[in-house]
Design a protein around this ligand. Structure first.
Ligand SMILES: Cc1ncc(C[n+]2csc(CCOP(=O)(O)OP(=O)(O)O)c2C)c(N)n1
Ligand SMILES: CC(=O)[C@@H](O)[C@H](O)COP(=O)(O)O
Ligand SMILES: [Mg+2]
Length: 645
């Protein structure tokens, strides 16, 4: 890496767009790679973000922009967590200091951020479908653009990737798209990779397989033009053309594997492929964390670090931090597994993020990492439940969106006892709108047989998980990223009274029936109970901790409606169709007619930023709740004073 103190990035500082990259000589590219890598490490160590994957895509990114005519040719990055080198080369070098911060650039590709970001990603395994769409559009419009999907070995495990291969490999209306799929194989997902596909990739990479395949290919192809093609590849790129791989069966020309850190292999191979018609598949081998020893040695730890000193690496916290909801879940899972041999736990490739490392260690035969396969995870759980087991699917709220039909058709319709531990409920912060868990209350509560629990703090989360585990039907227990307001977590398992909320504060104000300042009750679902309690002190409002979005405590709703002049609902989920809407439906059904203010996440995408600040900006901190209630029900003149607090 460059070490000139005057300008640590002498070459990179002259690169403002891929056109500048294309003006470089081939011999300058390794230096550019060093500088890009150095800038990635320097930036991410200051802002936090996805590190290991980006260190691994430096050369591939340079080669792609060098060979392809971007943005005219379309690059589609799968997941997009590996696009920092791409951002750096496409005019966002200096903006890296704002990465994932409010008002700054996103950690993922975004069409509204750059013309080089041809497709918004963050949820995995969409790239081949999108690139195929773009390639077919070019064909239909008679344009000679190329489309390239760059997909990791982890992302390749999703069914959606294979649905796209299945479609892209055959002609439609006599037309084949000029799509190139690049498999960026670093033998890692976030955790070590799983499944038969990973074993297959390993076999493809093993010298034995290659050699055999290569010899086989030569004898089969000897007298065909393809033989010449294969021979040229070998000569010029160290890659090889191997028929008979699964990708060939799908109708793609499979080329590789080649070393994804060797620009002398990458550039000529891509040049060859660029000029080929029809679906092409390039297998590139990279190393996660490449060029930073600590990340190479522990790519999991450096997958998505918070800021750290690159000279020292990530250090353990000096004082043990407060337990997160994720850790509360992980502890509960181990304790429950001790007590109930029927418990099995499933993660779609999120062992670390979902707090399951310890469970995996202690209960390896009851732990299933199914790969990035949320739909399969849900139906697999349904199958286990059919046979009397008690599956727990640990899944981020945002990723359950992938398994929605499976949730309805395979789990809920058959009323199977599957517990969904929904992490990252509500806003998540730096990952932004793509990862926000805003919709699960709305999309789960409308499903017959589903129960939806919204614990307010860590203690209640443990109790909710236990309650869900005991229940004989499908349940979600949702909780946010990070820690909550809870104190010490009680070890014993005590179930929550089913479908019942609890009163946490009683207003001292009398009911006025419209003849004075109204007596207000706040009905809180989830962790916003705590800012609601704070606001209620200032407002002298009653507060109920509702605990269940479904079954809703309709008796408590009725009681609050009878004894108050106005109600407020609050949740860290979308307002439309959420828990507040459930309260409205219940009031309507029970014949109540009183003013209700629904607070929650607005009908818009909240972008990346620090979660506390974002919540304050959308009025979901204590001051914002107080302000909204006053504005709607109380002395409007006081609102300004509260706004200035
Ligand atoms: C649908 C979906 N599920 C899970 C994730 C979380 N996730 C982000 S990156 C990743 C691993 C991807 O592995 P790979 O594609 O091999 O890329 P690498 O991290 O190795 O660069 C996972 C599981 C996601 N983004 N989208
Ligand atoms: C890219 C991706 O989807 C994950 O790496 C995600 O960024 C993890 O988020 P958490 O840090 O909340 O686990
Ligand atoms: Mg990978």
């Amino acid at each position: 890496m460059s070490d000139s103190p005057a300008n640590p990035l002498p070459l990179l500082s002259s690169i403002d767009s891929p056109a500048d990259v294309r003006r470089l000589s081939r011999s300058q590219l390794p230096q550019l790679a060093d500088e890009v890598r150095s800038h990635v490490l320097d930036s991410v160590s200051k802002t936090g973000g996805h590190l290991s994957s980006n260190l691994g895509t430096v050369e591939l990114t340079i080669a792609l922009h060098y060979v392809y005519d971007t943005p005219r040719d379309r690059l589609v990055w799968d997941v997009g967590h590996q696009t920092y080198p791409h951002k750096i080369l496409t005019g966002r070098r200096d903006a890296m200091s704002t990465l994932r911060q409010q008002g700054g650039i996103s950690g993922f590709p975004r069409r509204d951020e750059s013309e080089y970001d041809t497709f918004g990603t963050a949820h995995s395994s969409t790239s081949i479908s999108a690139a195929h769409g773009m390639a077919m559009a070019a064909r239909i419009k008679g344009e000679s653009r190329r489309a390239v999907a760059i997909i990791g070995d982890g992302a390749m495990t999703a069914g959606m990737a294979f649905e796209a291969l299945n479609n892209a490999g055959v002609a439609h209306g006599g037309l084949l798209g000029d799509v190139l799929v690049i498999l960026n194989d670093n033998d890692m997902s976030i955790s070590p990779p799983v499944g038969a596909l990973n074993k297959y990739f390993t076999r493809l990479m093993s010298g034995k397989f290659y050699a055999a395949a290569r010899e086989g290919a030569k004898s089969v192809l000897k007298h065909t033009p393809l033989y010449e093609f294969a021979r040229r590849f070998e000569e010029h790129t160290k890659g090889m053309f191997v028929p008979g791989t699964i990708f060939e069966e799908f109708g793609f020309n499979y080329v590789g594997p080649i070393d994804g850190h060797d620009l002398d292999s990458l550039v000529p191979t891509l040049e060859n492929l660029r000029d080929k018609k029809g679906p092409q598949f390039l297998h590139v081998v990279t190393r996660k964390g490449q060029g930073y020893k600590l990340a190479e040695a522990d790519p999991v730890k450096y997958h998505g670090p918070t800021p750290f000193n690159p000279a020292e690496g990530i250090k353990p916290a000096t004082t043990p931090p407060k337990k997160t909801f994720t850790q509360v879940f992980g502890d509960w899972l181990c304790d429950m597994a001790e007590a109930d041999p029927k418990l099995v736990a499933i993660t779609p490739a999120m062992r670390e993020g979902s707090g399951m490392v310890e469970f995996h260690k202690r209960f390896p035969t009851r732990y299933y990492d199914v790969g990035i396969a949320e739909q399969h995870a849900v139906t697999f759980a349904a199958g286990l439940a059919c046979e009397g087991l008690k599956p727990v699917v640990a899944i981020y709220s945002t990723f359950l969106q992938r398994g929605y039909d499976q949730l309805i058709h395979d789990v809920a319709l058959q009323n199977l006892p599957v517990l969904f531990a929904l992490d990252r409920a509500g806003l998540v912060g730096a990952d932004g709108a793509t990862h926000a868990g805003n919709y699960d209350i709305a999309f789960t509560r409308c499903i017959p047989n589903m129960s939806v629990l919204t614990p307010a703090d860590e203690n209640e989360c443990r109790r909710a998980l236990y309650t869900g585990h005991l229940h004989n039907g499908p349940v979600t227990v949702r909780y946010p990223r990070g820690a909550g307001a809870g104190e010490a977590i009680a070890k014993e398992m005590v179930a929550l009274p089913w479908g019942k909320g609890e009163m946490r504060r009683h207003s001292a104000q009398p009911q006025t029936h419209g003849r004075g300042a109204p007596r207000v009750a706040i009905l809180a679902f989830g962790t916003l109970l705590y800012p609601a309690l704070k606001a209620a002190e200032a407002l002298d409002a009653s507060v109920a901790n509702m605990r269940f979005a479904k079954p809703l405590d309709t008796e408590l709703v009725a009681e609050l409606a009878r004894t108050h002049d106005a109600l407020v609902t609050i949740e860290d989920g979308c307002i439309m169709g959420g828990a507040g809407s459930a309260v409205m439906e219940s009031l309507q059904a029970q014949g109540f007619n009183l003013p209700v203010l629904q607070l929650g996440l607005p009908d818009t995408y909240v972008e990346h930023g620090e979660p506390g600040k974002l919540m304050s900006q959308i009025g979901l901190d204590a001051a914002g709740i107080e302000r909204s209630v006053r504005q709607r029900f109380l002395n409007v003149a006081e609102v300004r004073a509260v706004a200035n607090k």
